[in-house]
Every structure is written in C-alpha cells, then in structure tokens.
Design a protein around this ligand. Structure first.
Ligand code: UD1
Length: 426
C-alpha cells in the first residue's frame, strides 16, 4: 500500500510547470484507433490512467512508444475489438473505447463499468445515443455485465442529451466521425476536454462543427489520417496547486497554466482573498491572511465550478474565517473527505439529502492518518496536510497517481515537506 507523509506548516514558494491534461489525453488516446495510422501526442502526462489506456491500446493490437513526454501510437493493426474486464475495472474512461471501436470496427465488446467511489456513474446516455445511430447491443456474461455492440454502419442522427455529459458527448463524437451522414448533439458538454478531442480529430481529417458550444455537428468522413497534436495543460492540476498555495499561505508562479479554462476557479480563489496575477500562461498566486468563506459554492458543468475541484476547495474552506456551503451537483457521493477532514479537526456538517457540506472554518487543522478515497479527494487531503500542524499520513495514494505525475516532486520543489512512503502490508 502506498502512502504520502506531509509535515505541515511550510509556505509554498517558487515556480512549478503544469503537466499535460489527463482529461484531454484519455479520450484522445481512445480516438487514436480511428485513423488506422500514426498519432503523435505531445505533452502527454505520464500518469497511471494514461498508462492504463496505453495497455488497452496494446491489448487491441496497437503499438505504442514514448520519447520524453511524447506518446507515439501506431493503430494500423487492430486485432480483436474487445476491451478486457480487468481494464474496465481499473479505469472507467475505458468506456470511451466503445465509441472509437464502433467507429473503426463496427463492433465492440466491453464490460459494463460499475459505479465508483464518487457515484453510480451510469452509461445510459451513451447506449441510448448509440441505439439511435444504428447500433444494436446485447448483454452477456454471468450477470449480463458484458456489453456487445455491433452495427453494419453507424448512421448519423439527432441526439438530445438530458444532461451535458462529458463522457457521452465524447463517445458519440468518437462513434460519429467515420459514420455515414450527419450526427447532431444537442445539449452537448462544453468542457475544454471535449473541444480538445474535437481539435485532435479535426487535425486528423474529421469534420466537426460547434466545438465548445452545446450544439455539436459531426459530418461523417471516409477515413482519418496521421496526426501530430499537442495536448493542453491540466486545468485541474493547476487548480489543485492554486488551492495548495491558498491553504499554505504561499506565493507561487504556475507556468504553462490553461488560464482561460480556469476562470471559475480563479474567481472563487479571488473571492476568498487570494491575490492572482496573470501574464500570458503564467499565474502568480499568493495568500497573506486568513481566508474568507464562500456561501453557495456549487459544482456545475463547464464553464461552472468543476466537480473535480470540489474536494480541494473543501480542504481550503475548512480554514476560512466563517461558514461556507458547498453543493455537489454532479456526483452523488463525492463528500467522503468530510470524514477524513474531521479526523484533522475540521468542522463540517453534511446534509446528505441536498448533497451539501456546511463548513465552519477552524483556526487550524491537526495532522492525522487519513485515507484517500478517490483521485481528487486524495490530492485534497495532501492540501489539508500542507496546512495542518504536525504530520499527516495519507493512505491509499495510488489513486492520486492516476492523475498527478508526481505530486510529491512538484510540492517539494515549492518547499513542502512531503514524501512517498511504501508500506509493506503485514
Ligand atoms: C465527469 C465530469 C468531468 C470530470 C470527470 C472526472 C461534469 C459534467 N463531468 O465526467 O468534468 O472531469 O467526471 O471526474 O462535470 N450521467 C448519466 N448517464 C450517463 C452519463 C452520465 O446519468 O450515461 C450522469 C452522471 O451520473 C453524472 C452526470 O451525468 O451525474 C455527469 O456525468 P459525465 O459528465 O458523463 O461524467 P464524466 O464523463 O465521468
């Protein structure tokens, strides 16, 4: 079991470069099988989720290699369009292979992704859309948990999403680019990572209109071609480090920051009292005094405040001068950190009916042994540890490695007293 030890109380200072975007990399890696050729992905983060997606590509018969932070994928050869059950269990994003395999092979077999620690996470929007695009599905396996999808031809259609789901929008686009006719997605997700997928596909020859808006139109093309693409920086990693600076009363410059995509986060950090100065893609953030609370912070689809920043902001607001409220509107069980932060002296009440946390700021947090339940929750506990008095041990930190290349390296460079510990189970 891996864990991280943080001795709190150091003010973060210095400069750090933001890694490539996880949420852009994953759908684009799924998309690489559509061009039957070479994709060169620059600024690709070396994180566990990316390594899992690469493993699936290799299981499918593709060849991959790294040169620094550039990932090369050759998808000329594809064997069986089957994503193993183990891969789906390791990573939900593997569901994005359903769209791209249908596009490339007209069939795909994948296990039904179960819920995870942050919520049920169904895929009904994905499957309903595929049905409208001339795809038939059959459920097999012991408890019908294997989905087999097939089509003789993806046929474009009008798809109305009940909610602007990021994964469903991406999966529909992936299935539609090599289909026949026109697919129109109404109430599409506007997240930058959807735009990023469209940018990659357009560069490879796809015809997609309306990226970044809630109406996306895909005109099917015969084939895609080789492509070289540079991934943008990770807005959630940047946001995480900004909250770390806020909680530790630091003064840091973040380089290669996707400033435009962080508007809602920057707005809230200014609101609680952080100083933020932006020069091109450099963000200098500092915090001198006690933070102010926020009443009515709620997570929303982009361009609203991201659910992926909720846990980090919760850690910060534990130390604000007064009462804050956070409403989680995207996932139904993304407040497990409440129980962990309470071990560190936080004063948080949970209204489970409304999925709302009521946080009364305390003067200080105290180090404790806590457990990381999910990727962003784990990072948020690191932030709490940086601000706490004494030693915090965060257990089960493998899920932090899913999205952060090396959180200990980055924060150590900024002066934090933080290190990985390998615990041997007895
Ligand atoms: C979501 C986040 C995304 C984040 C990612 C990882 C939103 C809108 N999406 O993307 O920003 O990076 O998690 O943490 O913030 N839903 C259904 N049926 C479906 C698909 C989704 O009911 O078929 C529901 C989900 O349960 C959830 C909501 O729609 O309540 C948004 O889900 P979706 O955007 O699809 O999730 P992800 O793609 O995982």
């Amino acid at each position: 079991m891996s864990s991280i030890e943080v001795i709190g109380g150091m003010r973060l200072k210095g400069e750090v470069k933001i890694q490539g975007s996880k949420n852009a990399a994953l759908p684009i890696i799924a998309a690489t099988i559509l061009n039957k050729g070479i994709s060169v992905l620059k600024n690709c983060p070396k994180i566990l989720d990316v390594l899992h997606m690469i493993k699936i590509l290799e299981e499918l018969g593709c060849e991959t290699s790294w040169e620094g932070d550039t990932l090369y994928v050759d998808s000329t050869t594809l064997l069986d369009p089957i994503v193993s059950e183990e891969s789906v269990r390791k990573m939900r994003s593997s569901i994005l292979f359903l769209g791209s395999l249908l596009g490339r092979c007209h069939e795909a077999t994948i296990a039904y992704p179960g819920g995870c620690s942050i919520g049920k996470r169904p895929i009904d929007y994905h499957l309903n859309a595929f049905r409208k695009m001339n795809v038939e599905e059959t459920f097999t396996g012991s408890d019908n948990h294997i989905i087999y999808c097939r089509t003789n031809q993806i046929i474009g259609n009008d798809i109305f999403l009940e909610f602007p789901s990021v994964g469903a929008t991406q999966n529909i686009i992936l299935a539609a680019v090599l289909g026949s006719g026109v697919t129109r997605i109404f109430n599409a997700a506007r997240e930058p990572e959807v735009t990023e997928l469209c940018n990659y596909l357009i560069k490879a020859g796809a015809k997609i209109y309306g990226r970044g808006t809630s109406f996306i139109k895909v005109e099917g093309v015969q084939s895609l071609h080789d492509v070289e693409f540079t991934l943008s920086s990770d807005r959630i990693v940047a946001g995480t480090y900004m909250t770390a600076v806020a909680a530790s009363y630091g003064d840091v410059v973040l380089r290669a920051t996707p400033v435009r995509h962080l508007d809602s986060v920057i707005r809230q950090l200014k609101r609680i009292g952080c100083n933020i100065a932006i020069t091109e893609d450099n963000v200098r953030i500092s915090n001198q005094g006690r933070l102010q609370p926020i009443v009515g912070l709620s997570t929303q689809p982009y361009p609203g405040f991201p659910t992926d920043m909720q846990s980090q902001m919760l850690s910060v607001l534990c130390l604000a001068e007064g009462q804050s409220t956070i409403l989680e509107e995207i996932f139904e069980s993304r407040f497990q950190n409440v129980y962990e932060l309470r071990k560190m002296g936080a004063n948080i009440e949970l209204d489970t009916r409304q999925n709302k946390a009521i946080v009364t700021g305390v003067d200080k947090l105290t180090g404790a042994t806590v457990k990381s339940h999910d990727l962003r929750g784990g990072a948020a506990l690191v932030i709490a540890g940086l601000a706490a008095e004494g030693k915090t041990i965060i257990q089960d930190t493998t899920n932090i490695d899913r999205g952060y290349e090396d959180i200990c390296r980055d924060l150590s460079e900024l002066g934090a007293n933080i290190r990985y510990r390998i615990e041997i189970a007895s």
